[in-house]
Write a protein that binds this ligand. Structure first.
Ligand code: 5GP
Ligand code: SF4
Ligand code: MG
Length: 464
């Protein structure tokens, strides 16, 4: 998972605005950050660094960088892959000029694309699937970059929400299945593209609309022009986990407020079953809090901020070893002994993946001598890995893939454990079931007709 941001202005320098936009998308990736722009010599420039936006990039340098158009990226760590050469945007100055790409998502046909490209002489500089898009583009030196990009995207399968910088302008593109969110914002005649709408508020820009699945938008001095990729999928595949966990609650995705969806998940979770004699509802902050508030509203049980999050430590999920993850959870979350002692609580979290977080926090709450602890999860059991850009581990590491729910409850030490059903989650999101991806919950991956979509005979033309 990553965050992408792009800005275009007919007059002003925008590199600093990209820095600010990335800061608002920091929750989508903490491993590295980068900003790219095209200079007056028609060369693409990039600055990248490891860590959070403010650690990786210099705001004051970007503020003085003359660029009317720039893009940026925050990268989400995958275990072992944390290094500067995987940082984005990825850039090149090729036969037709400068290009920079920032990508959120994961191409499912990357390996076959790489094989084809390597057989044609491409030399890959990284292990990143995003590079395949760049190589596909560069392998069409006879075409203008925008047209080459459109044709390159017609070859790609899987998840991509992209911002691309070309001499022809700033480009926003979303795959025909619509896995990852991407939205368009505006302030006067400045335009912005962001993974999530929460990034616009910081810049005083307003949300215009979502980039549609299969849409490619070109923004330049002539304005905003919308194009369609030559592929269409009837079913859409917007990631339901964005509403469960990933996106910021103040974002709107497909017209649905992430906050409201999460609150509704909590309400529906309370309808599943509330244990008897419960004194209060608590959450695992921050990810479980909005759902816990919905649970509290529906059940009438008071919400208590009884687990405290140390806000100076980052995410624990992504740490490479189990030992480091466990230590991370202990440093990050602490229950208030006074609130739990001799009382019964419902504890709400958004998801259980490996079971590390829930197991450790429940153990810590037990040490506070709680009377009873009922764990409630505001999404269905995660049983399958994600191939579309979220680093949920292979099934062997997924608690719900290996164990029954009773076994998970016993292992984490909860008196009871309930999950939201897939149907209730979809209802809470409020979008039609055939517009969402739920593959990590039900194993229904993009396949068959959807995978190839319908290209009207126009795709696959690069190499013929
Ligand atoms: P577990 O500790 O069970 O492996 O992971 C569950 C916890 O990690 C939950 O509190 C949830 O908020 C968070 N989480 C779930 N999925 C992801 C993910 O893809 N990335 C990150 N960083 N955290 C996640
Ligand atoms: Fe999102 Fe799960 Fe689908 Fe991955 S598999 S895109 S996490 S819903
Ligand atoms: Mg969490």
């Amino acid at each position: 998972m990553c965050g992408v941001f792009g800005a275009f202005s007919p007059r002003n320098f925008v590199a600093e605005e990209v820095y600010l936009g990335l800061s608002a998308l920091q929750h989508r990736g903490q491993e590295s950050a980068g900003v790219a722009w095209i200079d007056e010599n028609r060369r693409v420039n990039v600055v990248k660094g490891m860590g959070l936006v403010y650690e990786a990039l210099s705001q004051s340098v970007l503020a003085e960088t003359p660029a009317k158009s720039a893009i940026g990226h925050v990268r989400y760590s995958t275990a072992g892959g944390s290094m500067l050469q995987n940082a984005q945007p990825i850039c090149a100055n090729y036969a037709q000029g400068p290009v920079a790409i920032a990508h959120n998502g994961n191409l499912t046909n990357f390996e076959s694309l790489r094989d084809t490209l390597e057989n044609r002489g491409a030399i890959f500089q990284s292990t990143s699937d995003t590079e395949a898009i760049l190589q596909l583009l560069a392998h069409q030196p006879q075409r203008r970059p925008f047209e080459a990009l459109m044709r390159a995207l017609a070859e790609a399968r899987g998840a991509y929400s992209l911002v691309v910088l070309l001499e022809e302008g700033l480009v926003a593109a979303r795959d025909p299945w619509g896995f990852r969110p991407l939205s368009l914002g505006r302030r006067g005649d400045n335009y912005y593209v962001a993974s999530e709408s929460c990034a616009f508020s910081l810049l005083g820009a307003s949300f215009v609309r979502d980039v549609e699945p299969g849409e490619v938008i070109l923004i330049n001095e002539r304005g905003v022009t919308s194009y369609r990729l030559p592929l269409e999928s009837k079913k859409k595949w917007l990631c339901s986990f964005e509403y469960v966990y990933f996106a910021r609650p103040d974002s709107m995705i497909e017209g649905r407020s992430v906050y409201r969806a999460r609150q509704e998940m909590g309400r529906k979770l309370a309808q599943v079953e509330t244990a008897n004699d419960v004194d209060f509802v608590a959450s695992l902050p921050d990810s479980g809090t909005t759902a816990a508030l919905g649970f509290s509203a529906e059940s009438g049980l008071p919400f208590e901020a009884a687990v405290v999050r140390n806000r100076y430590v980052g995410r624990t999920f992504i740490q490479p070893t189990q030992k480091v993850r466990e230590l991370g959870v202990r440093i990050k979350l602490s229950p208030s002994p006074d609130l739990f002692r001799n009382r019964s609580a419902v504890l709400v979290d958004d998801s259980i993946v490996r079971g590390t977080t829930a197991g450790l926090v429940v153990a810590m709450i037990r040490e506070c001598r709680a009377k009873a602890l009922h764990l409630r999860i505001s999404s269905p059991p995660v049983r399958f890995p994600c191939f579309y850009g979220i680093d949920t581990p292979s099934s062997v590491d997924l608690a719900a893939a290996k164990y029954s729910l009773d076994d998970i409850a016993r292992t984490v030490g909860a008196d009871s454990l309930r999950y939201l059903t897939r149907e209730a989650m979809i209802e809470a999101i409020g979008l039609p079931p055939d517009s969402l991806c739920t593959a990590c919950f039900d194993g229904q991956y993009l396949g068959g007709e959807d995978a190839s979509a319908s290209c009207g005979g126009n795709c696959g033309k690069i190499f013929d």
